[in-house]
Design a protein around this ligand. Structure first.
Ligand code: PEP
Ligand code: MG
Length: 582
């Protein structure tokens, strides 16, 4: 039995035989020399494989559009474009002619050159394109060899897919009845593949290192998508333990599903608003399915990523309008561009910095690149008449920044007034509180805005001086650290004094035990990944507000994060044992 630890990207527990995808290795295609009279035949073979791949992709695109919606099928339009790439095609044809080699070999040489060239460039947009090229390349190669590309489409028994990496097209075309989980060596939680796993609601773990090398086809595996664990060749006791964990998870999901249309309300009638965080508009169906009361954080920077140009006002207006209309009358909080840290844009050739998380980023960047900022503000303002939109600024560190941002917003409003373009004059404006200086001066900042949203992900990183993406010091990244709780409590108190509402939109709000503390401190809204929402709702519906206030007050008497975490988890277990596993 061997256990692998990775990143949980989609919850659930599954036990089944492994189907290992070794993928198409472009680097080991044998060199086959051909006679010069066979060159035309080889060229025809290559062209036929392109035609076949094109028709496969059309079919896949149609199937995905029907099953999962157009947002997911658009990726195949990009794949179809790669098939039209004349440079790539001409390169292969000229290799077949000049080197007198088989189409497979010529194609593998050209594609390797592409990978090599892309690997030298540190650019998120191009990295995504490499995945697309690999995906299409794999299909072309299989068609050249007369093999079937879609080994995951028609399955006879339940299986767990294990792969080095999975392309979006492989994920999207999986037989949804029989693929009950997947695990990969590489990948992150915001990859398209991970997002699709969540919308397909199958357990998934990524970033497992070498799992694809250490599992054989047909070997038993357990995937624990709740904790990011994969177990290969489990012993009977482990299988039994996970069978009851799986049963418990299914029961819990069924139970939690019943809460969907109920309010996030304590036993003594105190209501909280539970909203969802999104990165892409295609997450909206999942937001609605999990019973969110709106969107508390729309991270718009993803809209600027994976492209070589900046989105125009019109394009942004259409996207924001679409999101607003899907949710109406529920609120959607749009966060202005939070560029920087670990989020880079391909379209802006910005210099690399020594301390990117503390550098020229987010609102600081927007206040100097007023052209980019105002384009976004105008788009949000214009979309505001189509729904219940609110706007918030990320990374505010002092009053002056907030005033300047509001001043540019007022300029955008004036421009629209002059152009007779309608917008919601009363759209609420908020500030994210994610820097200690902002939390400590929240009394002053509160005068300039209609609401606060505490970004605990960054507040923790800046307060505890722990880089949020560095796994070596991850043990120091403690949401329950007394310093964090004090900053949150202080900010909530200042919001109350100023009579503005306040939310937490960092990951901390999606942890049911921490949610009890935040409830007790008097938070008005918690915003989180939509799949975390039912659990948090269950926790809130299991306590009285009085109990939660007592739990929050007691938590401040401890000296360490470890003690507070244990205390909060014990309290959660006491009120709703179903939510606390192992
Ligand atoms: C946060 O910092 O908590 C937050 C919600 O924003 P992001 O994770 O996008 O930095
Ligand atoms: Mg943040």
């Amino acid at each position: 039995m061997k256990t692998f630890k990775g990143i949980p990207v989609s919850p659930g527990v599954a036990t089944a035989k492994a189907l290992v995808l070794r993928g198409q290795d472009f680097f080991s295609v044998p060199k086959v020399e051909i006679r010069s009279e066979d060159i035309p035949k080889e060229i025809v073979r290559f062209e036929e494989s392109l035609t076949k791949t094109r028709s496969d992709l059309f079919n896949v695109r149609k199937k995905i559009a029907q099953d999962l919606g157009h947002e997911h099928s658009d990726i195949f339009s990009a794949h179809l474009l790669i098939l039209e790439d004349r440079t790539l095609i001409e390169d292969v044809l000229s290799k077949i002619k000049s080197e007198r080699v088989s189409a497979e070999y010529a194609f593998s040489l050209v594609i390797q050159r592409y990978f090599h060239a892309f690997a030298q460039i540190n650019d998120d947009y191009l990295k995504e394109r490499v995945a697309d090229i690999r995906d299409v390349g794999r299909r072309i190669l299989l068609n050249l060899r007369g093999e079937k590309a879609d080994s995951l489409v028609h399955l006879k028994e339940d299986i767990i897919v294990i792969a080095h990496d999975l392309s979006p097209s492989e994920t999207a075309t999986m037989d949804r009845e029989h693929v009950i989980a997947f695990a990969t060596d590489i990948g992150g939680p915001t990859s398209h593949t991970a997002i699709m796993a969540r919308s397909m609601e199958i357990a998934a773990v990524v970033g497992l290192g070498r799992i694809s090398k250490e599992v054989s086809n047909g070997q038993m595996v357990i995937i624990d998508g709740n904790h990011g664990i994969a177990i290969v060749g489990p012993d009977p006791q482990t299988i039994e333990r996970y069978a009851s964990e799986e049963k418990r998870f299914v029961e819990l999901i069924t139970e939690l599903d019943k809460l969907k249309s109920l309010a996030a309300e304590t036993l003594d009638g105190h209501k909280l608003q539970l909203t969802a965080n999104i990165e892409f508009p295609d997450e909206i169906p999942s937001v609605i399915a999990h019973g969110a009361e709106g969107i508390g954080l729309y991270r718009t920077e993803y809209f600027y990523m994976n492209r070589t140009d900046l989105p125009s006002e019109e394009e942004q207006f259409n996207a924001y309008r679409h999101v607003a209309e899907q949710l109406v009358p529920q609120p959607v909080v749009i966060r202005t561009l939070d560029l920087g840290g670990d989020k880079f844009l391909s379209s802006l050739d910005l210099p690399r910095e020594m301390n990117p998380f503390m550098g020229w980023r987010a609102i600081r960047f927007c206040l100097t690149r007023v052209d980019i900022f105002k384009t976004q503000l105008r788009a949000i303002l214009r979309a505001s008449v189509h729904g219940n939109l609110k706007l918030m600024y990320p990374m505010v560190s002092n009053l002056l920044e907030l005033k300047k941002a509001n001043q540019i917003l007022e300029e955008a409003r004036n421009e629209l007034r002059a152009e007779h373009k309608p917008f919601d004059e009363k759209m609420e404006i908020g500030a994210m509180i994610e820097i200690p200086s902002a939390a400590l001066t929240s009394d002053v900042l509160a005068r300039e805005v209609d609401f606060f949203s505490i970004g605990t992900n960054d507040l923790i990183q800046y307060s505890l001086a722990v880089d949020r993406v560095n796994e070596k010091i991850a043990y120091l990244y403690e949401p329950a650290h007394p310093a964090i709780l004090k900053l949150i409590q202080h900010t909530i108190q200042n919001a109350k004094k100023a009579k503005i509402w306040i939310s937490v939109c960092g990951e901390m709000g999606g942890d049911p035990a921490m949610a009890l503390l935040l409830l007790g401190f008097g938070i008005n809204q918690l915003s989180m990944s939509s799949f975390a929402l039912p659990k948090v709702k269950k926790a809130i519906r299991s306590v009285t507000f009085k109990q939660a206030r007592e739990i929050a007050a007691r938590s401040l008497e401890f000296s360490t994060g470890e003690e507070i975490k244990k205390f909060a988890e014990a309290k959660l277990k006491a009120v709703t044992p179903e939510l606390v596993g192992d």
